[in-house]
Design a protein around this ligand. Structure first.
Ligand SMILES: [Fe+2]
Length: 241
């Protein structure tokens, strides 16, 4: 008989003093997240049980898939009207169209000039994306890249992350990545990025009740708690309370 000593931690520990979530799909009926106000309310309850104290809602704005705009987002925000969701913003798909929207001043930042952006999960962004990011930066936006660890096409090209950081992108870790929800590659990439202190912020990216339950019931290695806690603190910047 032998014992394996494995120290683990949970998100309830990480969030025991509160947490401001800056990435989730709580607004009902406008993307692949919550389907109804009742589901949003149940998700809020689950998030509060985990220790999360407030959230900025970030439905997808993804041309051709989720054609949201400030009107659709603010209408969904009003249907919930729950004090837990302090503000609505969006998770913007990074493409040339995003720049067009920025030029027309149609974007809703997380706070000040902080914009949450994502790349495609299945295919690497085209080189021209760097020009778009550069133009957005020139316009004064501070870009927060959602879940870099989920872009598995960069698994063997980890130097890309150094390039993106030197381009002054902030990185947002998905809470579910380190508990293995998206699979071993994503978990490994998240651990690599945590160990190398690449992350600036943390988000849940919760779409469903099932994901909230997964975060509640799964552990991560305790050594990452000291890497995750500074992100929890950094998110406090987005608090409106
Ligand atoms: Fe998301």
């Amino acid at each position: 008989m032998f014992w394996i000593s494995k120290k683990t931690a949970t998100y309830s520990e990480a969030w025991k003093n509160g947490f401001v979530d800056i990435h989730n799909h709580l607004l009902p009926g406008i993307d692949d997240g919550s389907k109804s106000v009742a589901q949003t309310e149940a998700m809020i309850q689950g998030m509060q049980e985990l220790g999360i104290t407030e959230a900025i809602a970030t439905p997808h704005t993804y041309p051709g898939l989720w054609n949201n705009n400030s009107e659709t987002i603010s209408a969904a925000f009003k249907t919930v009207a729950h004090p837990f969701i302090t503000k609505s913003s969006s998770e913007y798909f990074a493409d040339a169209y995003l720049l067009e929207r920025a030029e027309k001043q149609q974007l809703i930042p997380l706070k000040d000039d902080f914009l949450l952006i994502e790349f495609a999960i299945m295919s690497e962004p085209v080189d021209a994306i760097m020009d778009v990011l550069f133009e957005l930066k020139l316009k004064g936006y501070r870009l927060v890249l959602a879940h870099p660890e989920r872009y598995s096409y960069w698994e063997k090209k980890l130097n890309i992350f150094e390039q993106l950081k030197s381009f002054d992108l902030d990185f947002q870790l998905n809470a579910l990545s380190v508990v293995g929800y998206y699979g071993p590659t994503c978990k490994k990439m998240a651990e690599y990025l945590l160990e190398n202190d690449y992350y600036d912020f943390l988000g849940t990216d919760f779409h469903t009740l099932e994901q909230i339950a997964f975060a509640k019931n799964h552990l991560f290695a305790e050594k990452y708690l000291k890497k995750i806690m500074p992100l929890v603190e950094a998110n406090q910047f987005f608090s409106t309370k």
